[in-house]
Design a protein around this ligand. Structure first.
Ligand SMILES: Nc1nc2c(c(=O)[nH]1)N[C@H]1C(S)=C(S)[C@@H](COP(=O)(O)OP(=O)(O)OC[C@H]3O[C@@H](n4cnc5c(N)ncnc54)[C@H](O)[C@@H]3O)O[C@H]1N2
Ligand code: MOO
Length: 398
């Protein structure tokens, strides 16, 4: 959702310098420019003999990886060379160890392959060359490349810090539900979803907050004061007798970015900008109390807001994955229907899941994501529709 992405983008903080392992998952704030030729010196790609001129060759030395290579000064000379070692100047060929023999006179004979067995400086990249632009997501592969071309740290957009505030007098954080009380099903799952979306959740989710206006205002203020960039609250998004989120936002002087979304389930979700006492502002995502609706809000509002904040592209401008349905999915009138689906590996089709009510999690816990059924439409078996995926890791996808 572009408005959520833009709200996150507007709060994108100044870049930080992060050590290479710590930069994983972030986004480059500056282009990755190689500080050296890659490779930086002529490098043997095999174990063998660096030779000069026609053979047989007299052994003049040994060059191991990591050492400086003495030149081969005359035809008929060779040096034993290891994979990764610097090729001495004067080398005309490298003969692989398995293609060479050492004669009784101590001389080396053998046939080099036609293709040179070493890599030339700059073959992969030249010093000063831009390898990736600012805005590129940092992956483990990119970290390895950055190290190869001379970096110890990278200028990246810092990870957004998210806090989770659970509200509801009816919620228990341990034991069995009953007598009007239910277990909090959001406190245990939201940190995992948020970290899969690239946020840092560095404060433990505390006991559910009580359903009073004062408790809402205090908990939200406190979470921002403790350094959260994004506060996710759960419950109280409607206008029932103990729904205090809207009044709390009014008291905090918040400005709505998105007040509700014409989507089922999850319509009371909201995103607001909250002014901070020290200046600047933070984002607050109000996730509806029904647990599946809260996850809908997470993928619809929180995911794009975090992408914007972290310096990543607008997910709305990236091609949505599409799935072919194996069974019909009804529409929800004038609202978009987000229908939980899983993919059957047998036929590759997406099937709507049972137990998909907004208060249920049994369907969600094995879903790949939500099939998007546009307003005033319904989908038939065989139709291809967009998929709003859950932020699952490879192998977790249902
Ligand atoms: N008069 C109307 N009432 C409701 C409507 C409506 O249109 N008119 N919409 C329903 C929909 S849809 C949703 S979604 C909920 C949103 O309610 P709130 O965000 O205000 O959430 P609560 O009222 O606090 O809770 C709703 C429901 O979810 C359970 N819940 C809350 N938090 C948790 C949690 N952490 N873990 C597990 N379950 C949780 C709570 O016990 C309630 O059953 O409003 C409907 N009402
Ligand atoms: O919109 Mo509610 O979120 O349908 O359960």
């Amino acid at each position: 959702m572009t408005a959520a992405w833009a709200a996150g983008r507007a709060l994108t903080p100044a870049p930080v310098q992060a050590g290479l392992p710590a930069a994983d998952g972030r986004v480059l704030a500056e282009p990755l420019v190689t500080q050296t030729d890659l490779p930086a010196f002529p490098t043997s790609s095999v174990d063998g003999w660096a030779v000069r001129g026609p053979g047989p060759w007299r052994i003049t030395g040994q060059i191991l990886a990591g050492s400086q290579a003495a030149p081969l000064t005359a035809d008929g000379e060779c040096a034993e060379i290891a994979t990764g070692a610097m090729v001495p100047t004067g080398t005309t060929a490298i003969v692989r160890v398995e293609h060479a023999t050492v004669g009784a006179d101590g001389r080396v004979s053998g046939e080099p392959r036609e293709r040179p067995e070493w890599r030339l400086p700059g073959e992969e990249a030249h010093a000063g060359e831009e390898l990736f632009p600012a805005g590129t997501p940092v992956t483990p592969g990119l970290l390895g490349l950055a190290a190869s071309c001379g970096y110890e740290s990278l200028a990246v957009r810092p990870a957004p810090r998210a806090a989770v505030l659970i509200f509801g007098d009816e919620l228990l954080s341990s034991g069995l539900p009953g007598d009007g009380r239910v277990r909090d099903a959001l406190g245990p799952q939201l940190p995992g979803w948020l970290s899969r979306l690239g946020a840092t959740v560095d404060r433990p989710v505390t006991e559910p907050g009580v359903d009073t206006l004062a408790a809402h205002v205090e908990a939200i203020s406190e979470a921002f004061a403790a350094g959260a960039d994004l506060v996710c609250t759960t419950g109280g998004t409607m206008h029932g007798p103990v729904d205090h989120l809207h009044p709390a936002l009014a008291e905090l002087g918040a400005e709505y970015i998105i007040g509700a979304v014409r989507v089922r389930p999850g319509f009371p979700m909201l995103l607001a900008r909250v002014p901070l006492p020290g200046g600047g502002s933070g984002l607050l995502a109000g996730l509806p109390g029904n647990p599946q609706s809260a996850v809908v809000a997470l993928v619809s509002l929180v995911a794009p807001a975090l992408a914007g904040w972290a310096g990543r592209g607008d997910p709305a401008h990236q091609p949505a994955p599409r799935v072919r349905l194996g069974a019909p999915v009804p529409g929800r009138g004038g609202d978009t229907h987000l229908a939980l689906v899983h993919r059957d590996p047998a036929d590759g089709l997406a099937y709507p899941l049972p137990h998909a009510g907004s208060a249920m999690l049994r369907g969600l816990a094995r879903a790949a994501g939500f099939a998007v059924i546009a307003p005033e439409t319904s989908a038939a078996a065989g139709d291809e529709v967009p998929l709003l995926p859950l932020p699952l890791l490879p192998g977790e996808v249902g």
